[in-house]
Design a protein around this ligand. Structure first.
Ligand code: GLC
Length: 467
């Protein structure tokens, strides 16, 4: 086995006694206790200039986590919400990329920084270690939401401060990730969409990307042994996460990106794995709209190349519609085939806001259907009827508060206010029942994954405010 892998996810746990005991479910909270409990988590996870997603599992700063966290924090402390976002700027690469992770600089985390070695790229920021890939562009939304809390002169100042970062980031997305100028951005690793083991990506992984040595591990069933040593298994039961073969394959992809020093031309030259991801592009469409809003308030022009590129994305999204199954999918960048594995991404065009009301209605039907996205505690990350569906398995079944928030927002935009209110209610019920975990069993509402998760707490605060 390769030393990079043992260094990261598969860190050897010498004392096997450390493996985790199943936690009991917490005492339910009364609706009136929710806001205070959420605030407490945001206080405990605060580490100065940003909020840790989870103290036990995710100590670094993640891009879309900080955006969701700022959306909640703005109701408690606007200055802290601003800092949550400005601290993302320190990780911006010289080419404009915002990385999905900015690493802490304590010695203790050396191995995690080394796993990426961002400094091997001439584009990486000075004196800050980051990953070499991105995450959905939620920043423009978060900047606008924080701006809503400010009077116009302060809002202008705030937008002015964030403008260069946003323009550089959106320009990078189109320059590097839309090489044929078609309008859709491509991703090179599932960690970039943040729905790490979502079926469209994992099915592609199994079809094209398992290198020989991983197939051998699979054949000899060595994954059973490796399972015992997985570091994430210390805080979360292993059956709720990626299976070990997939973890190995994803680190293998990451290592290939590193070998090419995160140079997109070199990566795409021999790429096996490039997907025009539906969720990412829906968020991009909305981010572009928010960027236009900011530009109007500032009376600043969006650079003309970027402006032209941005116009295409909404239109191009329609090419991801499949008339046979009546839904949108992600698309393989190389073959241009739709990847027809249903997942929560199917509902994200509601958030994009660029689709017709008729299409939006079709998506709402899917949300209502209890065999698809409508179990007791929606919204499952995979439709209940899918062969992938497993209510406890990370992004292959559990409900997550951030995707609920995006869907609620989209429902409101299309005028489905009753649906939006109902989903807000069930989301808050789920949190009241099980606290603020990373994700929830969509059938029973039980808590799963890491505990005291920042975006679950922050977005609960936002949902409570909007009720
Ligand atoms: C998990 C999630 C990802 C999130 C990260 C940090 O990897 O899949 O979306 O950003 O944790 O919370």
């Amino acid at each position: 086995m390769d030393e990079d892998k043992t260094a990261d996810e598969l860190e050897i746990v010498e004392d096997k006694q450390e493996t985790r005991k199943e936690p009991s479910q917490p005492k339910p909270l009364a609706p009136s206790e929710l806001a205070e409990a959420a605030e407490k988590i945001l206080k405990e996870n605060n580490c100065g200039n940003y909020t840790m997603p989870s103290r036990e599992l995710y100590p670094h700063q993640w891009l879309w986590d900080s955006c969701f966290t700022a959306i909640g924090l703005r109701h408690l402390d606007v200055e802290r919400a601003k800092m949550e976002l400005t601290s993302l700027c320190r990780g911006q690469w010289h080419n404009g990329m915002l990385p999905n992770i900015i690493f802490r600089d304590e010695n203790h985390y050396r191995r995690e920084r080394e796993a990426w070695r961002s400094w091997i790229s001439p584009n990486s920021p000075d004196n800050v270690a980051t990953s070499g890939i991105t995450q959905p562009p939620m920043l423009a939304e978060a900047v606008v939401r924080v701006g809503e809390k400010l009077a116009l002169p302060e809002r202008r100042g705030w937008y002015k401060l964030m403008w260069p970062t946003l323009i550089a980031h959106h320009s990078w997305i189109y320059n590097e990730r839309d090489p044929h100028q078609e309008g859709l951005a491509l991703l090179i690793h599932p960690w970039e969409v943040g729905l790490d083991n979502t079926p469209p990506w994992i099915s592609e992984l199994h079809q094209h990307l398992l290198p020989g040595w991983i197939r051998l591990v699979q054949k000899l069933r060595l994954d059973i042994i490796i399972n015992l040593f997985r570091r994430d298994g210390r805080s979360v039961p292993i059956d709720e996460r990626f299976n070990t073969i997939e973890v190995l394959a994803l680190y293998d992809v990451q290592r290939r990106l590193k070998r090419k020093a995160y140079d997109i031309d070199k990566i795409l030259d021999h790429s096996l794995f490039a997907i025009e991801d539906l969720t990412f592009n829906c968020i991009l469409i909305r981010a572009n709209e928010n960027l236009r809003k900011i530009s109007k308030t500032l009376r600043e022009q969006i650079p003309s190349d970027l402006d032209k590129a941005m116009r295409k994305t909404g239109e191009e999204l329609e090419k991801l519609w499949d008339p046979y199954s009546n839904q949108y999918y992600s698309r393989d960048f190389i073959t241009h085939n739709l990847i027809k594995e249903p997942s929560i991404a199917a509902l994200m065009p509601l958030y994009a806001g660029s689709i017709s009301k008729e299409r939006a209605e079709i998506l709402v039907r899917m949300l209502e259907n209890e065999n698809q996205f409508g179990p007791a505690y929606p919204v499952p990350s995979v439709p209940v009827s899918s062969p992938w569906f497993n209510p406890r398995h990370y992004w292959q079944g559990p409900a997550w508060v951030n995707t609920n928030w995006l869907i609620i927002d989209g429902l409101k935009r299309y005028g489905f206010s009753e649906h939006a209110d109902a989903l807000t209610e069930t989301t808050l019920e789920m949190v009241a029942k099980s606290g603020f975990p990373e994700y929830f069993d969509p059938i029973t509402g039980e808590r799963l994954g890491a505990h005291d998760f920042a975006w679950t707490a922050a977005l609960t605060i936002d949902l409570l405010q909007n009720k």
